[in-house]
Design a protein around this ligand. Structure first.
Ligand code: SAM
Length: 234
């Protein structure tokens, strides 16, 4: 059974010692997705699980944290920032529902891990990071790993990336106290945005925003989360 799983979730060339740890991480994500914690269960599709089982998360964390790369929790990546918990990465990816033709904007490149996950599923990924050394490191790593469909830019994601707008999907991986208007403007009709909103030191909620064909916005609360703050915007 484990071999069946490995065949379907792991690239054949990937025989490294991290493969089993990735498998365990995927199993934990699945189990967590089936819990309800007072809200409806939110299953993660095989498509997303398969990508999570393939992307080498250990490459995106600092060397000294690599032992815990596949634990289901966030880790520090320097500059006071974090790589998000694998379950949350999977859930946000699931909610975005991106396809091979889609163009996606990510605000908060951080380590580049979420961008790599999205790059496996979308046509093009545009990722913005406000801390220059993080952006530089992520861009180099993504390039090294062959993610040719990701562009990383240093900048304030509150304003989006107008030169490449509109986007089919927008994902914000830091908590804002409100949804930035430029991001709403840069979302295509039929597009989806996933963003944590709230008071960064206290109550935050992951929100799914969908834009209908006529431009009307719908907002759905998904679950309580904890992210670092979205800075800039002034
Ligand atoms: N997605 C990242 C990953 O896969 O590693 C995790 C991102 S971390 C939780 C949030 C990131 O958002 C940090 O790297 C932070 O510097 C960045 N950030 C905060 N405010 C920002 C802004 N206004 N524009 C762009 N990036 C921002």
């Amino acid at each position: 059974m484990i071999m069946d799983f490995l065949k379907s979730h792991v690239a054949p060339a990937d025989g490294d010692r991290h493969t089993l740890a990735r498998h365990r991480m995927v199993e934990e994500i699945k189990a967590m997705a089936n819990e309800t914690y007072g809200h409806e269960p939110m299953p993660i599709s095989e498509k997303v699980l398969s990508v999570m089982g393939r992307v080498p998360r250990h490459r995106f964390v600092p060397e000294e944290e690599s032992y815990g790369a596949y634990y289901n929790h966030p880790l520090p990546i320097g500059h006071g920032q974090t790589i998000s918990q694998p379950y949350i990465v999977a859930l946000m990816t699931e909610l975005l529902m991106v396809g091979k033709q889609d163009r996606v904007l990510e605000v908060g490149t951080g380590s580049g891990y979420q961008a790599a996950i999205l790059a496996e599923m979308a046509g093009e990924v545009f990722s913005m990071e406000i801390i220059e050394p993080l952006a530089a490191r992520a861009a180099t790593l993504l390039n090294e790993l062959g993610y040719a469909n990701v562009q990383v830019k240093v900048g304030d994601g509150n304003y989006g990336w107008p030169a490449h707008a509109p986007f089919d999907g927008i994902i914000v991986t830091a908590t804002a106290d409100h949804v930035p208007q430029p991001l709403l403007d840069q979302l295509k009709p039929d597009g989806r945005m996933v963003i944590p909103v709230g008071d960064w030191s206290y109550a935050q909620e992951l929100i799914l925003i969908t834009k209908s064909r006529d431009g009307a916005l719908q907002r759905k609360n998904i679950l309580p989360v904890r992210f670092v703050p979205l800075t800039g915007g002034h």
